[in-house]
Design a binder for this molecule. Structure first.
Ligand code: UDP
Ligand code: MN
Length: 330
């Protein structure tokens, strides 16, 4: 059985000791009483098979840099394959373990896929709400636990607490992603066990649902399924509404009125020919999601994309009230 590394069993004690030693040190966020959060993302070490994919990975990274700057969140972006036996969409698991152990100062790690765009630049994740939980995933209780659907939750954007429970979860979770026979066998198992899953190699999302269902007493209690805002938002149900959103609402809502995250599940922009959706549709909608988000960034600089489908910008006509403020300041 594959392991992620030497077993660690006293991580909570080690972290507590670390925090005791570093009390009052001038670490970057010690002035704040909020728990420290680190965003983690990444993409494959090699260039994309589809050359346009590289451009989208860059645009997506820019989008994350914007969100993180606006919310004073640090970002760790990884492109190295840390575990020889675990790669592709499973890479996040060994990575999260390494990040936990390297950052005892960090309380929450926020994993976000490279095909998930921040489309609400104002919404803040309500970490205070999750005090009693160690894992926060977008999903629905009944769809996971009653319907056993393989899309009852999504692992493209989730929060995981830096603690022993999480290290144990990663240890239980990662072996299903071991390349070769284990991954194939787990794929068949999940297809049998879960509703609506086609037969393909195991994926980390199915494996998490499988663990929640098959070892419920161990994992379910500390796992919060969030659906009050789009911690992950399925792109298909969102992208056609961007213009309507701009007419009716404003950023900061995070839900279907102005989604926090628009995740291009099944688009596989980096791969040659592998996605569930037509490449042209994915490309067009990713561009629109990027520009929708970028408008919320460019506004502060006096520009906007009037048409979400192109990168061209126009200067914003200053509002009368802004001119008044500028005069007051000047
Ligand atoms: N990923 C990675 N290294 C790799 C391949 C993928 O870190 O070598 C990450 C990347 O952020 C990607 C995520 O794993 O977005 C999950 O894969 P994908 O988005 O293709 O899965 P989907 O959301 O379509 O199920
Ligand atoms: Mn994804």
């Amino acid at each position: 059985r594959h392991t992620l590394g030497e077993s660690v069993s006293d991580w909570d004690e080690q972290r507590a000791a670390y925090q005791e030693r570093n009390k009052g040190s001038n670490s970057k966020h010690s002035h704040s009483s909020k728990p420290r959060l680190l965003m983690v993302s990444g993409s494959q070490p090699k260039p994309c098979d589809n050359p346009k994919g590289n451009h989208f990975i860059l645009k997506n990274l820019k989008n994350k840099v914007d969100y993180c700057r606006l919310h004073e969140i640090d970002l760790f972006y990884n492109m190295a394959q840390l575990d020889k036996k675990i790669s592709g969409f499973w890479s996040k698991l060994p990575l999260l373990r390494a990040v936990m152990l390297a950052h005892p100062d960090v309380e929450w790690i926020w994993w976000v896929d490279s095909d998930a765009f921040f489309t609400d630049m104002k919404f803040k994740v309500p970490t205070a709400k999750y005090e009693d939980y160690n894992l926060v995933v977008h999903g629905w209780y009944d769809v996971v636990y009653e319907h056993r659907s393989w899309v009852g939750l999504n692992t493209g954007s989730f929060l995981i607490r830096n603690c022993q429970w999480s290290l144990d979860l990663l240890d239980a979770w990662a072996p299903y992603g071991q390349k070769g026979k284990p991954q194939d066998a787990a794929g068949h198992l999940f297809t049998k066990y879960l509703q609506g899953r086609k037969d393909f190699e195991s994926d980390d999302q199915s494996a998490l649902i499988y663990l929640l269902l098959s070892q419920r007493e161990k994992w379910a209690q500390k796992t919060f399924l969030e659906s009050s805002y789009f911690l992950h938002g399925y792109w298909v149900i969102l992208v056609e509404n961007f213009e309507k959103m701009m007419q009716k609402y404003q950023p900061g809502l995070g839900d279907e009125r102005w989604p926090l995250v628009t995740h291009f599940v099944g688009c596989k922009p980096c791969h040659g020919n592998y996605g569930t959706y037509a490449r042209a549709r994915c490309t067009k909608e990713m561009e629109r999601a990027f520009n929708f988000a970028d408008n919320q960034v460019l506004e502060d600089y006096g520009y906007m994309h009037p048409n979400l489908s192109t990168y061209s910008v126009e200067k914003l006509v200053p509002k009368a009230s802004d001119i008044r403020h500028a005069k007051l300041r000047g």
